[in-house]
Design a binder for this molecule. Structure first.
Ligand SMILES: Nc1nc2c(ncn2[C@@H]2O[C@H](COP(=O)(O)OP(=O)(O)OP(=O)(O)O)[C@@H](O)[C@H]2O)c(=O)[nH]1
Ligand SMILES: [Mg+2]
Length: 197
């Protein structure tokens, strides 16, 4: 998708107050600091559409963006990070859960995982939970610019192996880097494919 128009629609704490349920929506989730907001900026070719930070816990609400009047993107808070306080983590988890289970126009959830670290229990549990709730998912490995090709492959295999302990089939996997624009076309292709019919 060529992004000529990307508009910020607003931020909400409660998914049932968001409205804007007419256009197909694609949400980005993952642990705090994994690179969700950076990825949204990369996809929309905007430097500061979504706020980013080197400190985890930057995104604290459900943030909506309208792209080309065709689709909506939702930037979600991170679902966990050791350095984010327990109270904050609980609040975000509840916010995310309500959004994921109740958002009527959610077409697909992009679940981001950091390729630089071994599979985290929190990520695997989250993905398994979404699977159990039949939420359509695509996995995105982030920060690939920091790794060699073999390391990326090893990281992908490690995540797949964990998921295959539970599932016979696992979601598609896209390798990305917001720093160098990797994965952009593939992610938009998923979006285009999903809204085709
Ligand atoms: N090397 C590298 N760093 C990245 C990449 N994407 C994001 N980062 C860095 O990772 C940090 C976190 O990025 P954000 O996009 O704010 O992460 P987030 O997942 O939105 O974090 P929260 O909003 O706190 O949940 C920032 O310091 C970014 O510069 C990438 O592709 N490569
Ligand atoms: Mg963020």
């Amino acid at each position: 998708m060529k992004v000529n128009s990307a508009k910020y629609l607003g931020s909400w704490e409660k998914s049932d107050e968001m409205s804007n349920e007419k256009l197909p929506e694609f949400a980005f989730i993952g642990r705090s600091n994994v690179g969700k907001s950076s990825l949204i900026n990369m996809l929309t070719e905007r430097k500061e559409l979504a706020r980013t930070s080197s400190k985890p816990g930057k995104t604290q609400m459900l943030n909506l963006y309208n792209i080309e009047d065709r689709v909506q993107i939702c930037d979600l808070p991170g679902y966990g990070y050791a350095k984010v306080s327990k109270g904050m983590r609980k609040k975000f988890q509840l916010m995310i859960r309500n959004y994921l289970l109740n958002r009527s126009n959610l077409y697909c959830l992009f679940v981001l995982v950091d390729l630089r670290i071994p599979p985290q229990e929190m990520d695997i549990d989250f993905i398994n939970d979404c699977g159990a709730n039949e939420i359509p998912m695509i996995l995105i490995g982030t920060k690939a610019d920091k790794l060699k090709t073999e390391e990326i492959e090893a990281s992908k295999t490690a995540i797949a192996d964990k998921l295959l302990e539970v599932w016979e089939e696992i979601p598609p996997f896209i390798t990305s880097s917001s720093n160098v624009g990797l994965g952009k076309n593939e992610i938009w292709q998923v979006v285009e494919e999903a809204i085709k019919n």
